[in-house]
Ligand binder design. Structure first.
Ligand SMILES: [Zn+2]
Length: 310
């Protein structure tokens, strides 16, 4: 098995279609036993002339490619191109624009945009089995429009309140020294922020927030807050970890994606969360990050129709 260290390695390796297929097969079926996505049978043979598997069972769709049952299903774009863009999305700090992706693999910008959104869906962690715990920072920011990334209380202090339609609130929850989770929320009212905290943070944990009133009234947690109108850090009481995450998100959205529609913002947030959390683990190679992203491609679908009607 070839070790892939760099984007250059990935480009060379996945330019051979069979390498791309073999990589995906190893990832989906690590024990080497390919299972039919329709009936689960292991009685499956490989047809090299067609680059398809064939199930011995008697049912429709008995011939299937390695893409079936993944986010790549039904895509006419070659698997090698998909894997290359996946590598870039998993590893490029500031994300990758659809224009850049289109130029890299020779597809239209519209196709590249759709590919990137499918890969973002793979990056989105749907099920969180373990809650965050111990020391946890919570904070919220606004993304989009003229008031990009201003803090909620700074927006409140603006002489003229900007239209609510041009910015989208995002909440972040970060376990110090651990993972971040971030999600688009309806607004920064107590009911929405409390719901996310209860969903993502183990009771008994210590919460660090600013003095936004919405964070008050959580008896299951130890709560410390800092008044940002006077200072940002008071010993251990700060949200600097999340400020760092917001600045990474900001660089990605402002620098690479330029304009993000509110209905797509959650996807860009998920992408940044994925990279942030995979970078946190020290010594993680580019290939490991890439294969982690690929693991999220199975069992998910995102059609163009679903994407444009979000
Ligand atoms: Zn079958």
């Amino acid at each position: 098995m070839v070790e892939l260290k760099t984007l250059q390695d990935a480009m060379e390796h996945f330019s051979a279609p069979q390498n791309a297929i073999d990589y995906m097969v190893r990832l989906r079926w690590p024990d080497g036993v390919v299972k039919c996505p329709s009936c689960g049978s292991e009685d499956v043979t490989w047809m090299p002339s067609r680059s398809l598997f064939q199930c011995k069972g008697r049912h429709p769709k008995r011939q299937f490619s390695v893409k079936v049952g993944t986010i790549f299903e039904d895509s006419p774009i070659g698997l090698g191109k998909w894997l290359l863009i996946g590598w870039m999305l998993a590893n490029c700090r500031n994300g990758i624009s659809s224009h850049e992706a289109a130029r890299t693999i020779g597809v239209t910008q519209k196709s590249a945009w759709f590919m990137l959104h499918r890969l973002r869906a793979a990056a989105q962690e749907d099920v969180h089995t373990e809650p965050l715990f111990d020391e946890v920072e919570c904070d919220e920011t606004y993304v989009g429009g003229r008031t990009k990334f201003k803090h909620a209380r700074k927006i409140a202090q603006l002489p003229q309140k900007p239209s609510i339609h041009d910015k989208t609130p995002v909440m972040g929850i970060l376990q110090r020294g651990g993972a971040v989770r971030a999600m688009v929320v309806k607004n920064h009212k107590r009911v929405y922020l409390h719901a996310e905290i209860k969903k993502h943070v183990a009771p008994g944990s210590t919460l660090y927030t600013d003095d936004l009133h919405s964070y008050r009234g959580l008896p299951d947690y130890v709560h410390h807050y800092v008044d940002h109108s006077t200072k940002y850090v008071n010993g251990q009481v700060h949200t600097n970890g999340l400020e760092n995450f917001w600045s990474l998100l900001k660089r990605c959205v402002k620098g690479t994606y330029i304009q993000v529609r509110p209905e797509h913002l959650q996807a860009y947030v998920a992408e940044q969360v994925f990279r942030y959390n995979s970078r946190k683990k020290l010594g993680v190679s580019e290939e490991k990050r890439f294969s982690t992203l690929l693991e999220g491609t199975t069992g998910k679908r995102l059609t163009y129709e679903e994407l444009i009607t979000r």
